[in-house]
Design a protein around this ligand. Structure first.
Ligand SMILES: Cc1cc2nc3c(=O)[nH]c(=O)nc-3n(C[C@H](O)[C@H](O)[C@H](O)COP(=O)(O)OP(=O)(O)OC[C@H]3O[C@@H](n4cnc5c(N)ncnc54)[C@H](O)[C@@H]3O)c2cc1C
Length: 399
């Protein structure tokens, strides 16, 4: 039983079928409602992801990638990162390109709705049952888990909690949570720019936050503008014209004048990590297990790797006829993914603390190091590998 038909839950479902771990009719995907099917006429989803190559490989592996590539996926070829104390088109920026690593691109900008729907269609098309309802109770013992939803009572040998940052599975299974508020909000919107985005993901560390401009297929850009709570409230209250002027100023005119071409939304930024990802017959994946700062757009990439790692552990155990809910087995998954996720989360924290918001000697040092990294071929190769998601122990589906 997979609770949550977000991108990560749907990915677990379809991977389980692809890996032949369990027959599709014995897998159920529970959510309040099925995800909507996007159409070409829909406006761009305000939440977009910078999907890594590792994520692309997982999506190819489960047959969901062609549908995603056909729906406004936007390859980006370059990434330029700079601090507010240097000009954006100077030698002091950190800029790296796919062709430096012999790659066609660094990844793709993909809409949340497109990703979720493609994985949902792949999972249900492979025979996984969708169950509409909301999880209400969960009781796990050494043999099985009993669940009740708003519409049914169910029994299963393994529950996968893919129910997002406010996971009920995590709470009901008694898995603790360590959480901290960043005191920041991320404003997301779609903008047009006076100059072309050059298929580049632009990221400026502002002194009080971060601005990312992610290139969309139709020439517009999606923004993720992370700023302190009070400033976010002020920016959200501005008129569209005033907002665009403040945004253009914070972008240091890198693409010329920016204009809003969508609604704006603001999301609270928190850091979360489940104290344990597993207990007997229960495993957490994706945002249910960890929520990180969105400044490098890694959240869903980590979740898809969780999905692939969990399914690989279950697949290896199935060939040895091990019980899929056994704690000893689930701990293998936890050991594998928890450390990787914590490293990425801590890295995002340091970027946020020292580059995006920092002042004082350590922050100054970090800010001065950015252009030095930009001039180091080795460091840039490492950054390209990180952007591609080609680091750490990758599950087979992501290789
Ligand atoms: C502003 C912002 C920008 C971001 N940008 C990026 C980016 O560029 N790249 C990136 O990789 N990540 C990004 N992220 C992170 C990304 O959005 C998340 O990591 C991702 O959505 C997590 O997917 P998930 O499937 O784990 O959870 P979710 O997408 O939250 O899905 C959870 C599902 O569970 C269901 N559910 C919840 N409770 C219940 C219940 N009780 N019963 C039944 N169903 C339930 C929900 O309806 C939902 O469908 C960003 C996040 C923010 C806030």
């Amino acid at each position: 039983m997979i609770v949550g038909a977000g991108p990560v839950g749907c990915c677990v479902a379809v991977l389980l079928v692809t890996a032949g771990v369990v027959r599709p009719e014995r897998i159920a995907l529970l959510d309040r409602q099925p995800p909507p099917s996007p159409t070409a006429a829909d406006p761009i989803d305000l939440r977009v992801f910078a999907l890594s190559r590792a994520s692309e490989r997982i999506l190819l592996h489960v047959g969901a990638w062609p549908a995603i590539a056909a729906q406004r996926a936007s390859p980006y070829e370059r990434m330029t990162v700079w601090h507010a104390n240097v000009p954006p088109r100077s030698a002091d920026v950190l800029s790296f390109a796919a062709d430096e690593a012999g790659e066609p691109n660094l990844g793709h900008i993909v809409e949340n709705r497109v990703l979720q729907s493609a994985l949902y269609v792949a999972a249900t098309g492979a025979g996984v049952a969708f169950v509409a309802g909301s999880l209400q109770s969960l009781t796990a013992d050494s043999r099985q888990v009993e669940l009740t939803t708003s519409t049914a009572a169910l029994t299963t040998r393994l529950v996968v909690g893919a129910d997002g940052a406010r996971s009920q599975v995590r709470t009901l299974a008694g898995l603790g949570l360590t959480a901290a508020d960043y005191g920041q909000r991320a404003i997301v919107a779609v903008v047009t720019s006076q100059r072309p985005h050059e298929r580049t993901a632009w990221q400026r560390f502002l002194g009080d936050g971060t601005l990312a401009l992610l290139p969309l297929a139709d020439g517009r850009s999606s923004i993720v503008w992370s700023v302190p709570d009070e400033r976010a409230a002020r920016l959200m209250a501005l008129s569209a014209q005033e907002f665009a002027a403040a945004l253009t100023a914070d972008s240091d005119d890198v693409l010329g004048r920016l204009e809003l071409s969508s609604e704006r939304a603001a999301v609270d930024l928190v850091k979360q990590s489940a104290d344990a990802y597993v207990r007997e017959r229960v495993a957490l994946v994706g945002d249910a297990a960890h929520v990180i700062h969105p400044l490098a757009g890694q959240g869903v990439n980590l979740g898809l790797l969780d999905a692939a790692a969990l399914v690989q552990v279950l697949q290896d155990a199935a060939s040895d006829r091990e019980d899929p809910g056994a704690l000893r087995l689930l701990r293998r998954y936890e050991r594998w993914r928890r450390t990787d996720n914590q490293i990425v989360s801590a890295t995002m924290d340091s970027f946020n603390r020292w580059l995006a918001r920092g002042s004082g000697p350590v922050a100054t040092l970090a800010q001065q190091a950015l252009p030095i990294v930009g001039r180091s071929t080795l460091a840039k190769q490492l950054l390209v590998r990180r952007a591609l998601g080609a680091v750490g122990e990758l599950p087979r589906a992501a290789r």
